[in-house]
Design a protein around this ligand. Structure first.
Ligand code: GRF
Length: 218
């Protein structure tokens, strides 16, 4: 076989090998972990994507219990090392992580981490950004503020992560009503249902699109 033909044959084989490998997600979750659980369940049936790692900054987080039950390795991260050390990039590389999924992770990511995963870090926020986002706007505080402002609608925003809180390019927003008599807990429940329904599917879609454009760039 001439060298050129052999070379392109080997390249094709290499591409096939890359495509056959599952995309590996690190889910960063430091809360109850209910979204992490839904994402793990959803991709448990996938032959293209897997949750390979849970990253957490709270030793008592429900997300860690979920990682243990699901038999997924986890890292309990240290603030100093995350922000001023190596940002755990070595661990992420070692685990061959392709995408980072934030699901209730409250620390702002260090810019080195964002640069290492361009357009590959996704967050979900329990309100319609750009309203009700930013530092300190998480969990019940978001829903309390939405209700106090007498909003008729709230919802979810799924977006890429950049160096500002709740700021990157939006991927999808889905709305739900805020009803008379809603408490932050009731609204949180309605919003969680939207998160469970849409977040795993959107992650899957982003990964699919990214793989197609990566394939086209070869
Ligand atoms: C979710 O409401 C999500 O929008 C926000 O943090 C919350 C995490 O909830 N980023 P859980 O830990 O997944 O139950």
């Amino acid at each position: 076989m001439p060298n050129k033909v052999l070379g392109s044959f080997v390249k094709k084989l290499q591409r096939k090998k890359v495509r056959n490998k599952k995309h590996r997600l690190a889910v960063f979750a430091s809360g109850a972990g209910s979204n992490a659980k839904k994402i793990i369940e959803y991709f448990g049936k996938s032959n293209a994507v897997e949750v390979a790692l849970i990253v957490c900054n709270k030793p008592d987080a429900g997300a860690l219990v979920i990682a243990e039950i699901s038999n997924i390795p986890y890292i309990l991260i240290d603030k100093e090392r995350f922000f001023r050390g190596d940002h755990y990039l070595d661990e992420l590389k070692k685990e061959e992580i392709d995408f980072i999924i934030l699901a209730g992770f409250l620390w702002k990511l260090p810019s080195e981490l964002i640069k290492a995963y361009p357009n590959k870090i996704i967050n979900i926020h329990p309100a319609l950004l750009p309203k009700y986002g930013g530092k300190g706007m998480y969990g019940q505080f978001v829903h309390e503020t939405v209700i106090k402002a007498e909003e008729k609608e709230s919802g979810i925003t799924i977006h890429f992560v950049d160096e500002l809180y709740d700021h990157g390019k939006h991927i999808l927003q889905v709305t739900c009503p805020v009803l008379p008599g809603d408490t932050p807990q009731i609204l949180a429940k309605r919003i969680h249902q939207l998160e469970y329904e849409y977040y795993p599917k959107v992650i899957e879609e982003v990964i699919k699109n990214e793989s197609v454009s990566a394939e086209n760039d070869r």
